[in-house]
Structures are given as structure tokens and as C-alpha cells.
Design a protein around this ligand. Structure first.
Ligand code: NAG
Length: 288
């Protein structure tokens, strides 16, 4: 049949140039905020800002299905109470998956809250919150999401703070079938963010600004009909195998560090909130 000559491969392979290491313009689109989101400094820096009229946000051009996704963020400095910087992965639709970092601002000198959550098939309620062991507004720090079929690991400056394991074996859905984009936004949430909404955003300090740079994704990029895994950059050391992240697990040093963070900096864990779950803690909480 002639049609066999016309077999068309839908596999579109996306080759990501090594030169695009941290070219924010190649990887992200500013999606809202009417000019409050900007890509600057030769495309190396992305900034979001918030004033009384509006916040702003961006999303990734690519969709990913698994990967190790790193971004350096410098959060809103000074009196950032009431502001929220959300940085997350999300799929679309009513039964979406989502992996969240949210940074809740605070009064000058008071600690930011780093809020984390994992949604699978539209259901979240898996919050863990932390303070940080440094001032996240003084410098850039690296926030990473490692997303694999077996586990999700949230890290800060390569120190794991949270691991969410695949518990499908006991009937807990895990995000693994829906490609996700990276999203970020800076907005005003003073109705709840800081001490339950008691502290209002002080607009005399506006505009508030959060900055992003050195994005790196060792990830599988999904395109129409296919997926290809690679890195957005040749790492400076050059020694990283492109797929090293796929086999990455927490070694004993990392586990020890995670325990240190959880012991000293965790301020909320849904898995210990028996008041919230009077019928019993969520199933995945029984697996430690
Ligand atoms: C703000 O600072 C207070 C006082 O240290 C702390 O209890 C709280 O967790 C911090 N974060 C937020 C978002 O209110």
C-alpha cells in the first residue's frame, strides 16, 4: 500500500543546546503581570514583581515527565509579609498532578516559611513546611525537585528536605503519567499567608521582587508523541551522566542531612497532624 510510504513518525525529538545553560528566554515564557515579569542581563536573570495592582508569573515552554529540576531563587527581601512566591510543577485538567514549593514571606528578620505539597490526580493535602537555615533573601539558593517514578525529593542547596515515596503498592496514587510544566508566580496572599492572615502586606515597600537564574533540567521533555531525556546544559564539571538523576537515591549522608533538616527546621508535617485526620492519617504516612 502506498500509505505505508507515508508512515510518519510523530516522535519529535527535542535537542536542547548546550549553549542554553541558563538562557531563561529559551526555557520560560512570562505569562502574566503586564510587564512585571522580566528577563534581563543577557537572558540570564528572570525577575517577577508584585505591587498593589498585580503580581506576575511565568511558565516553562517545555513539559516534563520526570527529571531533576534545579533553579536558583532569591526571594523578596525586607518586609515580605503577605507575599507568596510559588514555584511548582503542574499538569493540567481536573485530575492534575502537582509538586509544589511555596515561599511565604514574613516581617523583616522573621523566617520565611517553605511550604511543600504533592498532588496526585487532583488531591493534595500533603503539606510539609520548613524554615530555612539561611536568609533566602540575601543570596541565590538552589531549590530542586527530583521527580522519578519511585520517589519525589525536594532539596535546598543539595540538602534533601523531603522525600515523597511512591506508595501505589498500598493504593496511593503517585504522579507519574501526566507531563508537567514548571510554573512560578509572585502574588499577594495576605488574607492567609503570614500568621494566618494577621499580618498584612505593607505596600509602602512595593514593588516586591523575586529573582531566578541558573535553571537546569536533567529531565525528559515530552513533545507530541514522544519524550526525550537529556540535560539543558553541559554541567560545568562535565562529568555528570545525563541520566544520573534517574538512579539517584538518598545515600546515608543525604538521609542524615534530611533528618537534620526535619528535626531542626520542619514546622508542620501532615503526617503527624492527627487532629486534622481524625479518621486516621493518610495511608502513605504509615510508610516511613
Ligand atoms: C514568620 O515568623 C514567625 C515568628 O518567628 C514564625 O512563627 C512564622 O512561622 C513565620 N512565617 C510565616 C509565614 O508567618
Amino acid at each position: 500500500m502506498a500509505s505505508s510510504f507515508f508512515l510518519v513518525s510523530l516522535l519529535a525529538i527535542m535537542v536542547i543546546g548546550a549553549a542554553s545553560a541558563s538562557n531563561m528566554n529559551n526555557h520560560f515564557d512570562i505569562t502574566w503581570g503586564d510587564g512585571r515579569g522580566k528577563i534581563l542581563n543577557n537572558n540570564e536573570l528572570l525577575t517577577l514583581s508584585l505591587d498593589k495592582a498585580s503580581g506576575s508569573g511565568f511558565k516553562s515552554k517545555n513539559e516534563y515527565l520526570f527529571g531533576k529540576i534545579d533553579m536558583q531563587l532569591k526571594l523578596v527581601a525586607g518586609n515580605s509579609a503577605g507575599t507568596v512566591t510559588a514555584y511548582y510543577l503542574s499538569s493540567q485538567g481536573a485530575t492534575w498532578d502537582e509538586i509544589d514549593f511555596e515561599f511565604l514571606g514574613n516581617l523583616s528578620g522573621d523566617p520565611y516559611t517553605v511550604h511543600t505539597n504533592v498532588f496526585s490526580q487532583g488531591k493534595g493535602n500533603r503539606e510539609q513546611q520548613f524554615h530555612l537555615w539561611f536568609d533566602p533573601t540575601a543570596d541565590f539558593h538552589t531549590y530542586s525537585i527530583l521527580w522519578k517514578p519511585q520517589r519525589i525529593i525536594f532539596s535546598v542547596d543539595s540538602i534533601p528536605i523531603r522525600e515523597f515515596k511512591n506508595s501505589e503498592s498500598i493504593g496511593v496514587p503517585f504522579p507519574k503519567n501526566q507531563p508537567m510544566r514548571i510554573y512560578s508566580s509572585l502574588w499577594n496572599a495576605d488574607d492567609w499567608a503570614t500568621r494566618g492572615g494577621l499580618i498584612k502586606t505593607d505596600w509602602t515597600h512595593a514593588p516586591f521582587t523575586a529573582s531566578y537564574r541558573n535553571f537546569n533540567a536533567d529531565a525528559c521533555v515530552v513533545t507530541s508523541g514522544g519524550s526525550s531525556c537529556g540535560s539543558t546544559s553541559n554541567s560545568v564539571s562535565g562529568s555528570n551522566n545525563n541520566k544520573a538523576w534517574l538512579s539517584q537515591e538518598l545515600d546515608s549522608t543525604s538521609q542524615e542531612r534530611m533528618r537534620w533538616v526535619q528535626k531542626n527546621y520542619m514546622i508542620y508535617n501532615y503526617c503527624t497532624d492527627t487532629k486534622r485526620f481524625p479518621q486516621g492519617l493518610p495511608k502513605e504516612c504509615t510508610l516511613s
